[in-house]
Each structure stands twice: as structure tokens, then as C-alpha cells.
Design a protein around this ligand. Sequence first.
Ligand code: BTN
Length: 253
Amino acid sequence: MIGQQIIQLHEVDSTNNYAAKLLSEGKLAHGTVILAEHQTAGRGQRGRNWQSVGSKQFTGSYFLKTDFLSVDHLCYLNMGIALAVRGMIQSFTRKNVTIKWPNDIFIDNQKIAGILIETNWKNGRVEGAIIGIGINLSPVQSVVYATSLEEISGKSPDVLDVLDVLTENMNKFYQYVRQSDFDYLKSTYESFLWKKDEEIILEERQNPVPFTGIIRGVDLIGNLLVEKEGVITIYHNQELNFEANYASEKLKM
Ligand code: BTN
């Protein structure tokens, strides 16, 4: 069962780093979750920082054994995790909670949660995954395109209540990955994709010229399918910049 063992820390550099250290020492059981009140060097995607910025946050990492999963199917683990986090946030609001490809959680044009999945591979299998999750519980003043559970639900929830719902969702979606229910994961993930079937402004990071495109879905290995001028282009992770669509001022919720 995921979430049976909980390690609660007051302060740590990064819960993902802490998990990686325990794993390297052979001291980390499947399903363990590590929670920290403060991270001094929280990490985000693309080598960025995930800063505490003085607001109340959920910062935690789950360790999952995934040696049943071929590396070709890694994207389905990402889809399952994004769906689990999305579902947890949806339980706090009637607003539409979406997944900005590949795994940011958004409400309208504002980010509420981020996910950092770090895996180790052996013989073509994904041996295990450290899944770092950061969720804004109270308003983050310094980031204009951020929102929080407090802003969407009217109250700042308790970290352990968030953990309970999240863990329930993690157990549910891990089973879909475990059972290779890839069609279900892909279609459910696509049904929650941020801005799907809408015209948005995009930019290729290698060729930063803004263009209008429409997200149509993902392919079988999790790449993004974008339609531009009637033609579908496949994008890999980190090739696109979406920031032109983010909220440039705090939205009234
Ligand atoms: C992102 O959106 O860039 C991903 C952010 C992931 C942040 C979480 S907080 C808990 C875990 N520990 C880390 O150092 N990072 C992740």
C-alpha cells in the first residue's frame, strides 16, 4: 500500500534528495512518503528551484517500485501521477482542474501544483520512481501565475488532510499503471489536458517565434500533439514554451 509509511521532517534540502539517499542505502520501502515542512533547496523541473517563498505548501515525495514497467511505458506513470494529483485538487473545487502537459496542475491560467518524477532504470525496466509533489496551500504572492488551495476553496487545508486524499488517489492510479491499463490512462489524461482543442500561443524553445497552435492530445509515448495550420507536429518534453498563456495578473477567483 502506498502511504503506509510516512516520514515527517521539519526541514530538509529536498524531499526528493532525502528519498534518493535512503534508497541508495537500501532503506526505502515501496509506498513510503516523505513530507517536509520546509525545503531549503527544493528542486523543480528543468533544473529550476522550487522555492518555499514564505507560503504554506505541501512538499513531499513518494517512492514507488515500478520494476513491472518497461521504459517505453514511462509516460503512463507520469500520466497516472498527474491524474492522481489533479484528482486530489479537484476534490477541493468545482473549477476545472487541468493538467498542463506533461505534469503541471493548472486552474485556468494559474499553476497550483508541480511534479518532479525521478526514475532509475535497469535492463529496460523502470526500477523505481521518486515522485516529488509540491502543492500551494496558501497564496504565493511572488508568482503571478500561481494559485493555491486556499484561493480556490476559501480555506487553507491541513497538510495531513491533503496527504490523505493524495495517497488515496496515488493508490488508485498506481493500480492502473500496474495493470497496464494504458488506454484508460491516456484517454483520461487527455480529457483533462489544459487548453485542449483551444487556440493558444506557443513558442519553440529552439526557435522562439510565437505561433498559434491547438493541443490535440498525446501520442503513445507521451509526446504532445499540436496542430498548426491544419498539420500535427509532435513535441517532446521541454521543447515548447507556453508562458504567453499564463495569467499576467492575479485572477479574481
Ligand atoms: C515543478 O513544477 O517544476 C516541479 C516541482 C516539484 C517540487 C516538489 S516539492 C517536493 C519535492 N522535492 C523537491 O525538491 N521537489 C519536489
